[in-house]
Ligand binder design. Sequence first.
Ligand code: ATP
Length: 312
Amino acid sequence: MDSKVLFHEPQATTAVAVRETAPAKVNLFLNVETKRPDGYHELETLMVSLGLHDTLEFRPLPGESLELVAHDARTAAGLGPSSPPLEVPVGPANLVWKAAQLLQERTGCRLGARLELWKRIPVAAGLAGGSTDAAATLRGLNRLWNLGLSLEELRELGAELGSDIPFFLSGRPAALCRGRGELITPLDLPLGLALVIVKPAAGLSTPQVFRACRPQGPHPGVEPLIAALKQGCLAAVAQRLHNTLQPAAESLCPSVVLLKETFSRLSPVGHLMSGSGTCYFGLCRNLAEARRLAGVLQAQRVGSVFVTSVAC
Ligand code: ATP
């Protein structure tokens, strides 16, 4: 996208408040290829968005000022009060703030906003919590400020802030993402999936995991997974789950190994680490099984446990 002003005849804001839901994602398939000259790795990943979500609300502020208020809403998502403190930056380091600033810069918009974030998605977990919040901010402020940008224009802006952001601006709950993650092919999948997800106390930074990743020779393709999803064959889906980053994360974080062993014993239909970790998910036969396994995992104190579903 041209880095000059995209559009803006300043218009009066009509909305008093705009609310957006920001879903988390898991990667059912993540293949990391060689590093490109620009420093990014070439990726092929199948992402699905989850019922687990953050919520954002946007209200007009006078002038061009931005204000961010973040709330810890994890108790409502099933996390107990003993959870570690939420390590999400407030102020300009938050991706929500960066997205708002980018939108102001690129549209020439002279309006301000109060951004309010209810955070439920675990941070540094491989669930793309920051990316989905940034995407929701681009969508929400586009509405609040009457900017009239298309989803495609928002995706191009989002790609400047982070590789996972365009997926959340695809308007679809499942997509195959290539390039550094920004080349999106939406997928229509008939199968709803029930997941139990564990976030261990330890987190991992995405660059650290990529640095430790040593992709080992021939990798499975994503097409058999897509075919299994389209056929609605859960057992075949489970066999084709794949994450090239998992061995690297296991070498850096014993909790990921422990979760793999724990899930193997519990025998959901399939299990995998999401993204660059450290969240680990079990693919279950239905929500009842996901809830039953969640009870067992909670009793074993392996981390914070969530039950959620993918609406393909
Ligand atoms: P990905 O799956 O895209 O690699 P992640 O789930 O591993 O992402 P995030 O939760 O997005 O990681 O957090 C990554 C970093 O971004 C953290 O260090 C966090 O401090 C920072 N961050 C900035 N803004 C946010 C936000 N709104 N929510 C969560 N983290 C944020």
